[in-house]
Design a protein. Structure first.
Length: 169
């Protein structure tokens, strides 16, 4: 069974760096790909560019402020809770189930770290897209190497909740 993982303070700076290819706008070649999108603005950018990601993960917030709702969709929608700085068992399981068919996952809390399980759970060769604030979109190919990189990152996470003074606001 999956345990909730907590981002150690020492890793925050490392995870702010893009771990894929940074682009200003979605490349047309994405139309031929299995695409997973994480983040309200990233999903909106892809949808506005005419793409429909197979999986859309969002928290109805942008930079921790309420975001304009995404356009309505016929995709099935799942809901999970995922507090800032964590990857909960509930969110991991919701993502795992969502990969069975095109879906949306609405996160109560924060979706930022869910990029990591998305890379691991995505089919080999899929592209996971997430936003890099103020810079554009990051495209991560769910390759064997990238999945290995994510597994190594997750091994550095803690299963012990952080003390209140070290949590995100």
């Amino acid at each position: 069974m999956f345990q909730t993982l907590y981002l150690p303070e020492a890793m925050r700076k490392e995870l702010k760096k893009p771990f894929g290819r940074l682009v200003k706008k979605p490349p047309k070649t994405l139309k031929k790909e299995f695409v997973v999108c994480v983040g309200d603005e990233s999903c909106r950018a892809l949808l506005n560019a005419g793409f429909t990601p197979e999986l859309q993960v969002f928290d109805c917030k942008t930079k921790r402020a309420k975001a304009e709702p995404l356009p309505p969709s016929k995709l099935s929608e799942r809901v999970c809770s995922n507090p800032a700085g964590s990857i909960t068992a509930e969110s991991w399981n919701a993502l795992k189930r969502a990969f069975s068919r095109p879906s949306r996952v609405r996160v109560n809390g924060e979706e930022d770290l869910l990029v990591l399980p998305c890379v691991l759970l995505a089919p080999a060769g899929a592209v996971v897209v997430y936003g890099q604030p103020g810079e554009g979109l990051v495209l991560v190919r769910a390759s064997k190497q990238r999945k290995g990189f994510v597994r190594r990152l997750l091994k550095c996470f803690s299963t012990t909740p952080p003390t209140p003074s070290s949590t995100l606001e």
